[in-house]
Design a protein. Structure first.
Length: 202
């Protein structure tokens, strides 16, 4: 069960997504598809990678975001759902354990990525953040400190792989400049505009 397993994981994620009515996660399928593209790019340099483990974990790593318990870290929920689903479709215990580790460790919080597959997933996830609109969504919600911290964590993760770090460093620096300049609220930038006009009036 190789390519079939990845396809089943993908279909399970997409079916679960269709059941949610939370508009916060409307971009999630695009995000996960981008993670898969980045993972494919990275693994091309590492032929020893278990592609089946990596790509299955890609499609299951954020599935916990689609369950209503908002208090629990989504990596924990994703790990539990991945284990349940993979057991249901008959995946071997060793593969379930490997995929579950990738899923749980992709944020690098309470569990650090130890396997090569887990490190690639963490880096691919972070690369997708650097090349999409996640930071702008979070900044528009007033989450400045969280977003700045997330940018640094994402850069940490892509830096695991020197070639990826080299490609994404200019984008990281550009995001950092933009986020530092980004207003906390629409009123803040409106007040800046008013202040400049008042100065001209004087």
């Amino acid at each position: 069960m190789t390519n079939k397993q990845v396809l089943l994981a993908k279909n399970h994620f997409l079916k679960t997504f269709k059941k949610t009515d939370d508009p916060v996660y409307l971009y999630l399928p695009r995000h996960v598809a981008m993670v898969e593209k980045w993972a494919q790019n990275i693994l091309s340099d590492y032929p020893q990678v278990n592609k089946n483990v990596l790509l299955s974990s890609v499609w299951l790593h954020d599935i916990g975001l689609l369950y209503w318990d908002k208090e629990t870290d989504h990596a924990v929920k994703s790990e539990a759902e991945a284990g349940r689903f993979l057991l249901e479709i008959g995946v071997a215990p060793d593969s379930i354990k490997a995929i579950a580790h990738c899923v749980r460790a992709h944020r690098g919080r309470d569990v650090q990525p130890n396997s090569l597959e887990a490190k690639i997933l963490a880096a691919a996830d972070s690369a997708s953040h650097l090349t999409d609109i996640n930071y702008l969504i979070q900044m528009s919600e007033g989450q400045r400190d969280y977003t700045m911290g997330k940018l640094e964590r994402d850069y940490r993760d892509v830096s695991i792989f020197p070639k990826l770090k080299k490609v994404l460093t200019p984008l990281y620096l550009a995001w950092k400049r933009l986020l530092l300049a980004y207003p906390d609220t629409v009123m803040e930038i409106s007040d800046r505009f008013k202040y400049e006009n008042d100065k001209k009036g004087n």
